[in-house]
Design a protein around this ligand. Structure first.
Ligand SMILES: [Ca+2]
Length: 196
């Protein structure tokens, strides 16, 4: 004959096994739910990132449009003059902060456009900074990114400042010719913004 205590023990064991099984499947369901939530969160994050990038690029385009409307628009770039005089580095930093660099006319047309715009936007300014310097290699003038320049418009017997003068100025008094000057000189400046 079976012992009643053993029966009770068997019954309890069965209950425990069933319960553990149910708990395990509940846990699994919870886990599935969580990983789905994580997936959803991931999707949402990707979408937000995408929207954020789109908003930023729209902002940049709008800023560029404003620059071009306020300044002057050429083929693939806009020039915009700013108030005040600064040393070369500070002037270029200011242009960079605004999304551009100091102006670098790349051919005769751009040089002429810069001359016309400079007369309108900086009336009375005899000269203003260009984004051109020979700080790294004396006599080898490059743009603010250190890239080679193919168009130069130096005035007669310029540049002539040697190691004392490493930054280029656009000279209105010399009809748009360029001269070198000490980079720490306080000059007006015009920034350029490339249009994508
Ligand atoms: Ca020099």
């Amino acid at each position: 004959m079976t012992h009643p205590g053993l029966l009770i023990l068997l019954f309890m064991a069965t209950l425990l096994v069933e319960q553990t099984g149910a708990q395990a499947s509940r846990l699994k369901a919870k886990k599935d739910h969580r990983s789905k939530d994580r997936e959803k969160d991931g999707d949402l994050k990707t979408q937000i990132d995408k929207l954020w990038r789109e908003v930023n690029s729209l902002k940049e385009m709008q800023a560029l449009q404003t620059v071009c409307l306020r300044g002057t628009k050429l083929h693939k770039k806009c020039y915009l003059a700013f108030d005040g005089s600064k040393p070369f580095h500070e002037a270029n930093e200011d242009c960079i902060t605004k999304g551009g660099t100091l102006a670098v006319p790349r051919d005769n047309d751009e040089n002429q456009a810069l001359r016309d715009y400079g007369k309108r936007s900086l009336p009375g300014a005899a000269e203003f900074w260009l984004g051109i310097n020979d700080m790294v290699n004396e006599g080898k003038f490059v743009d603010v990114n250190g890239a080679t320049i193919n168009f130069f418009n130096w005035d007669r017997s310029q540049p002539n400042g040697g190691k004392r003068e490493n930054c280029a100025l656009f000279s209105q008094s010399s009809q748009g010719k360029w001269v070198d000057d000490a980079c720490r000189s306080m000059k007006k400046y015009i920034c350029e913004f490339l249009i994508p």
